[in-house]
Design a protein around this ligand. Structure first.
Ligand code: NI
Length: 172
């Protein structure tokens, strides 16, 4: 089990578009295992490879005990409809704010063995995927906020307060 250090805002890897994965071998599986170990330890609902300092297009999510992994994800369908929800980012610890995300999407990509996969998702899980795919493109959730939403960004001071909020928020 390897829990990696989570990179925080200010480190250039978070702003760099990550590279497509071409080799699907032991090191790819190792990267995915490290992402899951780090996400469970955080804990959080999603983690992208640049957040552990690896500029490759890999992400994992854990939502309601459903663990998913996708490499080289591409959004192939996305709903028009969007909804505001509260997000936090493991790379910007303690801060939260409202962001609009699309309600449902379909993503195509590869599994760690290189086999093509398709994921259809909606609601909070779709929000996590949008947050993580943005990380692969060097985009932070605050970049997606309107000016009005940016004024509602707030810091949660204590760990207790943070735990209370966890159910209504995505931390990814
Ligand atoms: Ni994040």
């Amino acid at each position: 089990m390897t829990v990696r250090r989570i990179v925080t805002l200010g480190e250039p890897v978070l702003r760099r578009p990550a590279k497509k994965i071409h080799r699907f071998d032991y090191s790819t599986q190792q990267l995915v295992d490290d992402l899951f170990d780090t996400l469970r330890a955080a804990p959080g609902s999603g983690l992208a490879a640049p957040q552990i300092g690896v500029s490759l297009r890999a992400l994992v999510t854990i939502y309601e005990e459903n663990e998913r992994v996708i490499l080289n994800p591409e959004i192939v369908e996305i709903s028009e409809e969007q909804e505001e929800g509260e997000e936090g980012c493991l790379s910007v610890p303690g801060w939260y704010g409202p962001v609009n995300r699309k309600l449902s999407l379909t993503i195509r990509g590869r599994n760690p063995k290189g086999k093509p996969i398709k994921i259809k998702t909606d609601g909070w899980e779709a929000r996590i995927f949008q947050h993580e795919i943005d990380h692969l493109d060097g985009i932070m959730y605050t970049d997606r906020m309107t000016d009005e939403q940016r004024r509602r960004v707030h810091k949660v001071e204590s760990k207790d307060e943070e735990e209370e909020l966890e159910d209504e928020q995505v931390i990814a």
